[in-house]
Structure formats: structure tokens, C-alpha cells
Design a protein around this ligand. Structure first.
Ligand code: NAD
Length: 329
């Protein structure tokens, strides 16, 4: 079976190639191009394609795959908001993902962002490098005995809840389902209560119609003054323009974002010589209490090898007609 692997990076090859030994009969061709309708015809002659968070797996792409004989779309990530699952089902194309590779990899980055914006580590690092040993602008708050509000307590949210408990925080959560594994130390509350009571709010629910722009000016106004907001889930959970308004209202001690609405054209590209046109991201970056990373939550050695292993197993399962929790279409 042959996989065409879109937007391949060196680290992808390094994690997938060693795993191939355990999956005889599977071959991978790696290409740099991002998956979108214009690059979809390259998949002619392949059984499967492998795609990532910024791919366009919409109806147009899937129609082309159907014509090319591609049977399987292997998402090497957890989120699948960029996949038209209804269209895939209609066309009989199986789409699988990697729902839980290493929740700690994302949760640890979420706490890293929370700490970095709280203690302004990005500023402190640069100040000391420039021989400036003053503390101006660096004052933070203790997390110990503060309240962490976790929105979405699935695999990653649960890992984040455990980390927050380790910091001596009180942990409250909002989810449409309660996670029984957390019952000993997490109190479930309404979303409004979570917004009003939390000193640190961390988003860990998927992007869906019901969660799109769940953080907007109205919800920001319900938050405590001096709250820290972290998003390592999906950019669309936050209305960026309204977040900027909230930052201007001095609502936040800090905002840490591993994902943001305009990321699609940016992620994993070196655009350092380009001028950012019409960008709300540029406006966000101008604030001293905002730190943005480029969708690197999944980027640990352990997570990458788990992603490779599950993606290849997904292809083997798909070919054997095995359906499981990894299927999204
Ligand atoms: P999960 O499916 O285990 O958990 C998601 C949780 O969100 C579930 O408990 C679900 O009930 C809850 N939820 C659903 N709708 C909700 C709503 N309206 N309000 C509140 N909660 C709701 O998923 P996970 O593995 O924990 O991943 C969470 C998200 O993290 C993914 O959807 C993905 O977008 C993101 N992610 C980001 C990175 C990264 O590199 N930054 C990596 C992996 C995943």
C-alpha cells in the first residue's frame, strides 16, 4: 500500500521511517506541498494520503481523491475540523485520525505558555541577554492556591487538570460530559461560573459549530480582571478581534496561544522576510502580555513516534475494514 505524505518535514521522515519496519507492505512518498485542491491530483496512484492540521480536506479535495482512486485519508493529528467528513462519507473515503497520541505533550505546553506569560519569561530572556537586569514589567502571580478553569476535560484537558493540581491549584472545569477519572479533584461548573472564578483558563475542547468563538467579548467580560488565558486547542475557539478588544480593556494578565485564527498560512513556514498584510496576528503580537507559538503542542519525541505508529496502524486497520474510535468518516 502506498501513502502520499503531504507537507512532509524532516521530523516527519525521522518519526515515520523507523516505524515502517513494523508495517511491511506500506510505502511512503514524502512531498513538501500542502494538501489543497491544486495538489490533490498528485495522489493519483496512491491508496492513501497523509495530511496535517493546515491541509484543506474539503469537498473539492475529496472529489479529486475519489477520481484519483484514493481510498483513505490519514490525518496525522487529533483535530479534524479541516475535513469535510460528510463529503468523505458520501464519497466512501475512509478518514482516520490520531485522537490521543500524547496528551501530556500538549498539556505541558499549555502550562508552559501559562507560566511564560505570567512571569514574562520571553521578556526576561531578552532583557538579560541585553545586559538589562531590572525587573520592570516582569511581576507575575503565584499559581499556588489559585483557580484553574479547564474547558474540555478529554485527554488533554485531563492532563492539564492534573498538572494544575500539581501546582497546588483548585481545579474547576466545564465540559458537556464529565470525565469520571477527574472526580476526585475537579469540580464541574457551568461555563459562566468557570469564566467568573478562574485565574487561569485553558481551552481543551474541539472546534465545532457549538464551540466556534466561544471566547468573545461577552465571555471575556465575564472573566476576572487579571486572568490568564491559554489556547492550545484550535484558533477558532477565540474571536481574535474581540480578544484584542479584551486585551485593550486590560482584562488579561497574560494570553498564551499555540493556535490562533490566522495560523493556516503561517504554520511551519519561515515568513521572516515577508510583510504581514492586514494581519490581526501582528496586532496581537504587539501586546507585551501575549505570547504566540506556532502549533507546537504535539511536537515532542514521544508524541511524534506515537503519531507515526497510530497513523500506520490506521492504514492497516482501514484496509482490513476495522472501524474504531480513530474513524471520523
Ligand atoms: P478529546 O476528544 O479527548 O477531548 C475533548 C473534550 O472536549 C471532550 O471531553 C468533549 O466532551 C469536550 N467538549 C466537546 N464539546 C464541548 C463544549 N461545547 N464545551 C466544552 N467541552 C466540550 O480531545 P483531546 O485529545 O483532549 O484534544 C483536545 C483538542 O486539542 C483537539 O480538539 C485539538 O483541536 C487540540 N489539539 C491541539 C494540539 C496542538 O498541537 N496544539 C495537538 C493535539 C490536539
Amino acid at each position: 500500500m502506498k501513502i502520499l505524505f503531504y507537507s512532509a518535514k524532516t521530523y516527519d521522515k525521522k518519526s515515520f521511517d523507523p516505524e515502517l519496519e513494523n508495517f511491511p507492505g506500506i510505502e511512503i512518498d514524502y512531498i513538501d506541498h500542502e494538501l489543497e485542491p491544486i495538489t490533490a491530483p498528485l495522489a493519483k496512484g496512491y491508496d492513501a494520503v497523509c495530511a496535517f492540521v493546515s491541509a484543506d480536506v474539503g469537498a473539492a479535495t475529496l472529489e479529486i481523491f475519489k477520481e484519483c482512486g484514493v481510498k483513505y485519508v490519514l490525518m496525522r493529528c487529533a483535530g479534524f475540523n479541516n475535513v469535510d467528513t460528510e463529503k468523505a462519507k458520501e464519497l466512501g473515503i475512509t478518514v482516520k485520525r490520531v485522537p490521543g497520541y500524547s496528551p501530556e505533550s500538549v498539556a505541558e505546553l499549555a502550562m508552559g505558555l501559562a507560566l511564560a506569560v505570567n512571569r514574562r519569561l520571553y521578556k526576561a530572556y531578552n532583557k538579560v541577554r541585553e545586559n538589562d537586569y531590572t525587573l520592570k514589567g516582569l511581576r507575575g502571580v503565584n499559581f499556588y492556591e489559585k483557580t484553574a478553569g479547564i474547558i474540555g476535560t478529554g485527554k488533554i484537558g485531563a492532563a492539564m487538570a492534573r498538572i494544575c493540581r500539581g501546582f497546588g491549584m483548585r481545579v474547576i472545569a466545564y465540559d458537556v460530559y464529565q470525565n469520571p477519572a477527574l472526580k476526585d479533584f475537579v469540580e464541574y461548573v457551568t461555563l459562566d461560573e468557570l469564566l467568573a472564578k478562574s485565574d487561569l483558563i485553558s481551552l481543551h475542547c474541539p472546534l465545532m459549530d457549538s464551540t466556534y468563538h466561544m471566547i468573545n467579548l461577552e465571555s471575556i467580560k465575564k472573566m476576572k480582571d487579571g486572568v490568564i488565558l491559554v489556547n492550545t486547542s484550535r484558533g477558532g475557539l477565540i474571536d481574535t478581534k474581540e480578544l484584542i478588544e479584551g486585551i485593550r480593556l486590560n482584562k488579561f494578565l497574560g494570553v498564551g496561544l499555540d493556535v490562533y485564527e490566522e495560523e493556516t498560512g503561517n504554520v511551519y513556514q519561515d515568513l521572516s522576510d515577508e510583510i504581514m498584510a492586514h494581519s490581526v496576528t501582528a496586532r496581537l503580537l504587539a501586546f507585551p502580555n501575549v505570547m504566540i507559538t506556532s502549533h507546537q503542542g504535539f511536537y515532542t519525541k514521544e508524541a511524534l513516534s506515537a503519531i507515526a505508529q497510530t497513523t500506520l496502524q490506521n492504514l492497516k486497520d482501514a484496509e482490513a475494514g476495522i472501524r474504531n474510535e480513530n474513524d471520523v468518516a
